[in-house]
Ligand binder design. Structure first.
Ligand SMILES: [Zn+2]
Ligand SMILES: [Zn+2]
Length: 392
């Protein structure tokens, strides 16, 4: 079914002003109360029944399919902003000091609202389309919370689809890949307990500082030598705290850092190796050590059949020139990986860079979502939902 251009173009002004309103009123993870109210208001005005409260501030609307026995698909957007002080001075800059939509989730929200509007005007599809507006993507694992609150039991789902804007790609181009597209991430905390002493009498104590230094360096050896070189990993020790003055050997040292990998298997192996290394080194020094890992996001892993399907949707909707089907995986993390652990699906990147200038990166204080790509994002969602159920 061909969709007339006016179906999209007549709403562009509304979508841009809605996006700018959300940009001006950013809210941090799980505090997206106003944002959820705006989303709910839009959906209800379109005639949707909505469910609120999954994951706290989540909002879900469902377009029911004609076949009650058929599961639906999830189209997912994220709602939250970041604790960043915005450095833009345009009219829609953040009104909330120290909070900013620096990851474009304002744009994601509006693109999905646009798809909900357009699909509502079209003939019903065999299966349901669940529009999922998820809270707490930025470090809150909101996707996991929505699943734990019954997302897939309340809304039976056979496949999940996500989209993130990407300033490194030209506006309106799409990037995807089969397999991991974003990394699994965990936080690392190493607490070393030695024995304090006078700085001039180190033989009377157990100095935790040289031991901690060895552990930092050994982490880099683990990242370089304990894994297949073509399987990426990053271990970054980013905090090193010990001591209060210059003439006392402290009792304790604490290290904190981050581990990123493209597979959960490698993530677990590196954690095991770091644990063993820390315990062995501490034993050699006669010190005690506690090693803790806080797993936050799994890798975001696109499944082959759904990714081939999304590629075909992009090629037929926008043409071959608009797709990069081998976009490199990124070591950033994304909680859509939790949804992809439960259901097959695909996470794509939509180019967001304006043609005339370089776009600031995601999480930069001068970043702004490019409203020119909203139409492409809506078209992608609409084409995906329709083709998904029209095939087969
Ligand atoms: Zn982000
Ligand atoms: Zn983001």
């Amino acid at each position: 079914m061909d969709i007339p251009d006016s179906t999209f173009s007549e709403h562009l002004t509304h979508w841009a002003s809605l996006r700018r309103d959300l940009h001006a009123h950013p809210e941090l993870r799980f505090e997206e109360h106003r944002t959820a109210d705006v989303v709910a208001g839009e959906l209800q005005a379109l005639g949707y029944q909505i469910v609120r409260g999954l994951g706290g501030t989540g909002v879900v609307a469902s377009l029911p399919g004609t076949d009650p026995g058929r599961a639906g698909i999830v189209l997912r957007a994220d709602l939250d902003a970041l604790p960043i002080k915005e450095a833009n001075d345009f009219a829609h800059a953040s009104c909330t000091h120290g909070v900013m939509h620096a990851c474009g989730h304002d744009g994601h929200t509006v693109m999905l609202l646009g798809a909900a509007r357009v699909l509502k005007q079209m003939p019903r599809l065999p299966g349901s389309v669940h529009f999922v507006f998820q809270p707490g993507e930025e470090g809150g694992a909101g996707a996991r919370k929505m699943i734990d609150d019954g997302l897939f039991t309340q809304f039976p789902t056979e496949a999940v689809f996500g989209m993130h804007n990407w300033p490194g790609l030209p506006a309106g181009h799409f990037g995807l890949r089969t397999g991991p597209i974003m990394a699994a991430g965990s936080r690392l905390k190493i607490t070393i307990t030695g024995r304090g002493a006078h700085a001039a009498q180190p033989h009377l104590g157990i100095d935790p500082i040289p031991l901690a230094c060895s552990m930092v360096l050994q982490c880099q050896t683990i990242a370089a030598r304990h894994k297949d070189p073509v399987d990426p990993a990053v271990i970054s020790v980013c905090m090193f705290h010990a001591g209060d003055t210059d003439n006392v050997i402290p009792d304790r040292a604490e290290l904190r850092g981050t581990i990123r990998t493209l597979s959960s298997t490698l993530q677990q192996k590196l954690q095991r190796d770091i644990q063993q290394m820390c315990e062995a080194l501490a034993g050699a020094y006669g010190a005690q050590v506690e090693v803790e890992f806080f797993q936050y996001y799994p890798a975001t892993i696109n499944t082959p059949a759904e990714t081939a399907f999304c590629e075909e949707v992009i090629r037929t909707t926008f043409g071959d020139a608009r797709i990069r089907n081998d976009i490199p995986a990124n070591m950033t993390s994304e909680d859509f990986g939790f949804m992809l652990e439960e259901r097959p699906g695909t996470y794509v990147l939509i180019g967001n860079a304006p043609p005339d200038r370089a776009s600031p990166s995601l999480h930069h204080p001068q970043y702004d979502f490019n409203d020119d790509v909203t139409e492409e994002g809506v078209r992608y969602w609409v084409a995906l939902a329709r083709r998904y159920f029209e095939r087969a």
